[in-house]
Design a protein. Structure first.
Length: 125
């Protein structure tokens, strides 16, 4: 049976197929990671997206709060948010996969170091 190791995020690595999904989910739920992905992708939507967002916000500001439900402003904002979220999610996925690979590499190096130390101890014994 393989031993499990724990990352700095508290995710336990083992032979389980669930470890990858748990790591990715935890990474993507971290507000700092979400902010980093949002910052990195700022300005990457096409120009019309930002114009449409500005116009929707302008319309929202000019709409009486009691009448918002009878307008299309919230629908327009939701569609714009949906497009932006897809961009952020794609970046989060890329970053999460890179972080997973980094953790796996770190664990492999630690394992190799422990094997080297154990071998040295056995030779010296």
């Amino acid at each position: 049976m393989a031993q499990a190791a724990t990352t700095g995020t508290g995710i336990r690595f083992s032979d389980s197929d669930d470890a990858y999904g748990e790591f990715i989910d935890a990474f993507k739920a971290d507000p700092a990671n979400i902010r980093a992905a949002a910052d990195y992708t700022d300005g990457t939507q096409d120009e019309s997206h930002y114009t449409d967002l500005s116009l929707a916000l302008y319309d929202l500001h000019g709409t009486d709060p009691d009448k918002i439900a009878s307008t299309d402003v919230l629908t327009r904002l939701y569609q714009l948010a949906k497009a932006r979220a897809a961009t952020i999610n794609a970046e989060l996925e890329t970053r999460a996969e890179a972080a997973w690979e980094g953790e796996c590499d770190r664990l492999r190096r630690e394992s190799d170091d422990h094997r080297t130390e154990l071998a040295a101890a056995m030779v010296g014994a």
